[in-house]
Design a protein around this ligand. Structure first.
Ligand code: SF4
Length: 220
């Protein structure tokens, strides 16, 4: 390999790194237009942008292939923004853990085109981006940061076992008064946990139940 070729490779790598740091590029795992299946906006058509990278380590995670950001191509945010704007009025940015990346540029650009910006996050990283809706789904393995708890419009706690009700209440005590509260059965445990959630919500009506309706509908 010639010295000038190596220099060019290093420069390209560096340029890509700085574009990623500025949020002008993002490691995009997939993007698709579908129906939001869960939480407060269930049933709404939305363009999903899934960004690679997550170190939160939920053992029941159903998108483990998202964890290694290096496996997902660094993509110009502008091309994703164009794709979203040609399909939808609402964009859901998800992961992986999307807050591992700088989301200021993509969300400002989407909003300037009249799109609503929603995020699904564990809250484990600093809040970036301008959001119409923040869905915080906190995880015990890496707790949410205070600014995300305060800014959340929706708290969605995944119920895998009975201990998760206690965790849900601990997290609910930290969000703002106008935050919507949801309990959602973890998919593989739904037959066992759904009746417990139904009972819990009837006794504690500040909570609502969220179901992964997209899985019942067999859509992405
Ligand atoms: S935070 Fe989300 S993407 Fe990360 S491990 Fe947990 S469920 Fe998976």
């Amino acid at each position: 390999m010639s010295v000038s070729f190596m220099y060019l490779c290093r420069m390209t790598e560096k340029t890509q790194e700085s574009l990623l740091a500025e949020g002008l590029m993002l490691p995009i795992m997939e993007e698709f237009y579908t129906i939001q299946g869960e939480g407060n906006h269930t049933g709404k058509a939305a363009y999903f942008i899934r960004i690679g990278g997550c170190d939160v380590g939920c053992h029941w995670c159903d998108v483990k292939e998202s964890w290694n950001a290096k496996l997902h191509p660094a993509t110009m945010a502008d091309s994703v923004i164009e794709n979203a704007a040609s399909h939808a009025k609402t964009v859901v940015i998800t992961g992986g853990e999307p807050l591992m990346w700088n989301l200021d540029y993509i969300t400002n650009s989407l909003q300037s085109k009249g799109l609503k910006t929603h995020i699904e996050t564990s809250g484990a990283y600093p809040l970036s981006g301008t959001w119409d809706w923040i869905c915080l789904s906190p995880k015990k393995t890496k707790l949410p940061q205070a600014p995300v708890l305060k800014a959340a419009h929706e708290l969605k706690v995944i119920i895998y076992n009975k201990n998760d009700f206690k965790f849900a209440e601990e997290q609910a005590a930290k969000v703002s008064d106008h935050c919507e509260l949801y309990l959602q059965p973890e998919w593989s445990k739904k037959n066992k946990m759904t009746p417990l959630i139904v009972d819990y919500v009837m006794k504690n009506p500040q909570w609502k139940i969220s179901l992964q309706t997209h899985k019942f509908l067999n859509i992405p």
